[in-house]
Ligand binder design. Structure first.
Ligand code: MN
Ligand code: MN
Length: 287
């Protein structure tokens, strides 16, 4: 990518890369307010806000080779987006690169999970919503169906959702089969407790984290497609990244909606989470 348009310090080519970054500027399944297609560009811009040295993890940028592919092509139909993401990210995942994706609406997570051909990962999702509908508005690969698709692919015991505080009638009927912890229990018992539950419950050792920005409280992250009050604290996701770091094999951050983010704080937070993931992954490589 051209300098200035790529994520800060993403100066590696693909072959030498430890971490590969991808934008998925897709929001055609958004239902309340659209605009997440502008997420990747806004997050990349905000990545220049931060120092190269990581305050807590002491990581120098030269220790990690980061490649920014740019954006997957934008399509109208969800099936076309799915094919494109698989085509673009599939080879990197086969090559055992650590991938980080920026959305885009949450449907962008569906093809990424399906790129893990051995099905040997578990998905931990941070989300205000269960996203466990079978279809939504006639669409199977909708942002409202991502944990359902992941459960079909990885098995229901390899999917866990943290921060839930919204449910549909369809999900109410199947909620006892889904592993999740609601936002209120996390407020009462602490995020560390919830993360331990999630990490102990899932069967597979490798963990992939997807963060739907609406999992965070809208006071901290107002710029999302479907904001939901009483959400998680920004530090809660940082704790998840840190506690899961030894088992982490991939990460995505979805549903950043810049038109609904007048101060840009939501994109800043998203960029900061990516920096956090890079820092802990860099530390893991050093060991
Ligand atoms: Mn959500
Ligand atoms: Mn979601």
């Amino acid at each position: 990518m051209l300098p200035g348009l790529s994520f800060a310090d993403a100066e590696s080519d693909y072959d030498d890369a430890d971490v590969c970054l991808y934008g998925i500027p897709y929001d055609h399944t958004a239902c309340f307010r659209a605009g997440a297609r502008e997420g990747p560009a806004a997050i990349r811009r905000c990545s220049y806000n931060f120092e190269q040295i990581h305050f807590e993890h002491g990581l120098d940028k030269t220790k990690l080779n980061v490649f920014d592919y740019g954006d997957c092509d934008d399509f109208i139909l969800p099936e076309d987006m799915i094919d494109e993401v698989k085509f673009v990210m599939g080879p990197a995942i086969e090559d055992k690169k650590f991938t980080i994706a920026m959305g885009g609406d949450h449907s962008g997570n569906i093809p990424i999970i399906q790129c893990f051909k051995n099905k040997d990962i578990a998905l931990i999702s941070v989300d205000a919503h269960l996203d466990s509908r079978d279809t939504y508005m006639g669409v199977k690969n909708s942002h409202a169906c991502i944990t359902r698709r992941a459960s079909e692919y990885l098995g229901i015991d390899n999917v866990f959702v943290l921060g839930v505080r919204s449910i549909s009638q369809e999900e109410l009927e199947i909620k006892d089969q889904i592993h999740y912890i609601d936002a209120y229990s996390i407020h009462d018992n602490g995020m560390e407790w919830a993360i331990k539950q999630a990490m102990d419950t899932v069967k597979n050792e490798k963990i992939y984290i997807t963060v739907d920005m609406d999992g965070i409280d809208p006071a901290f992250a107002p710029g999302t497609g479907t904001p939901e009050p009483f959400g998680l604290h920004p530090l809660d996701v940082k704790k998840l990244i840190n506690m899961a770091s030894d088992r982490l094999v991939g990460f995505d951050i979805m549903e950043v909606c810049p038109p609904a983010d007048p101060t840009g704080i939501t994109s800043i937070l998203a960029a900061r989470y990516i920096k956090e993931v890079m820092a802990v992954y860099g530390q893991k490589l050093k060991r």
